[in-house]
Design a binder for this molecule. Structure first.
Ligand code: 3Y8
Ligand code: NAP
Length: 250
């Protein structure tokens, strides 16, 4: 009996949810509960953490989950790591649906950095106007360079005071488009962009806009993850789900 847990929160997860619903599959969509009103999904949906590896393993057993699809974001390393451990512990077949990293085009002025702290270090000392398009969870390290004006794009209005003195805040949920992002960067006289190498179309707009405006991009590499089966398209996941070999968790 196939029962699928879809760990979501990305454009690809939403596309897969649609495919699973259209195919009449028995599946549950899972959000972390990071945003106030996540996009509704065409599958039964649960919201909130599982309670670490043990909590997820208990959930898999209790709910009779036969397959797990990790379609979370490449930077959701905690969830992805927990899924690898819990699926190994319970013998549950696991596949990741992950979009390829972005690659610079000729003429792009990109600087790849290993993590958030390296992104802060890569910013100039002279005051600049920085489009910080990395959400709200990792803003604090940028307080080390308070001299810049930061344009922040957040999904929900910030509840607490922001850790940066000079900011403009835009509340918006993607997917975004290049023309809008170009106009936004011009309106705020942006000189630098900081982004995560998320891949996918939903967040690429700012890189396309930066290319048009010939602006430098500081691009944070995605965190390394333990080995797992990874595919990049919805049809590959659908094929994996229907292939009997996965019943042995191979
Ligand atoms: C809660 C679900 C869909 C999914 C849409 C994608 C595209 C738009 C681009 C910028 C970059 C950023 C951020 C971003 C994008 C998609 C996708 C993607 C980047 C929602 C969503 C949830 C989240 C969580 C949120 C994080 C934040 C990151 C904003 C829903 C809208 C910056 C990542 O306020 C917070 O605490 C936000 C937290 C994790 C990163 C961070 O560290 O702050 N995503 N984003 C999911 C859950 O609860 O499980 O609310 O509907 C989903 C999407 N965000 O169905 O079409 O697939 O990438 N999300 C990044 O890529 O850098 C915005 O502004 O240009
Ligand atoms: P994370 O740091 O990897 O995970 C932290 C904890 O959040 C996990 O251990 C788990 O809690 C819970 N969690 C994360 N994703 C979950 C899911 N889909 N369903 C249930 N619980 C989940 O995660 P994150 O980077 O904050 O991402 C949170 C959500 O936002 C994910 O759905 C992700 O796909 C989406 N998202 C993230 C980014 C990003 O830049 N990080 C970008 C776009 C979308 P327990 O340990 O209690 O189980």
């Amino acid at each position: 009996m196939t029962r699928i847990l879809l760990l979501g929160g990305t454009t690809e997860a939403s596309r897969l949810a649609r495919a699973l619903a259209d195919a009449g599959k028995d599946a549950v969509f899972s959000y972390a509960g990071r945003t106030e009103a996540p996009v509704a999904q065409p599958l039964p949906t649960r919201i909130g953490g599982f309670g670490g590896v043990a909590g997820l393993a208990d959930y898999l057993a209790r709910e009779g989950i036969s397959h797990v699809v990790d379609a979370t974001h490449p930077f959701a390393a905690g969830m992805s790591g927990n899924a690898i451990e819990a699926c190994a512990a319970t013998g549950t077949p696991l596949i990741a649906l992950e979009r390829p990293a972005w690659r610079a085009h000729p003429g792009d002025d990109w600087q790849s950095v290993a993590d958030i702290d390296a992104a802060v270090a890569a910013l100039p000392d002279a005051p600049a106007r920085v489009f910080l398009a990395i959400g709200k969870q990792t803003l604090a390290p940028f307080a080390a360079k308070p001299q810049h004006h930061y344009l922040l794009r957040l999904v929900d209005p910030p509840e607490a005071a922001l850790p940066l003195p000079h900011t403009s805040v835009v509340i918006a949920r993607g997917p975004f488009d290049a023309e809008t992002d170009k106009a936004l960067m011009c309106a705020h006289a942006i000189t630098h962009i900081v982004a995560k190498n998320a891949g996918g179309a939903g967040a690429e707009a700012k890189l396309i806009a930066a290319r048009a405006l010939q602006l430098p991009v500081i691009l944070i590499d995605r965190p390394a993850l333990p080995v797992r089966k990874v595919v990049a398209t919805v049809p590959e996941v659908m094929a994996w789900l229907s292939h009997p070999a996965t019943d042995r968790g191979v």
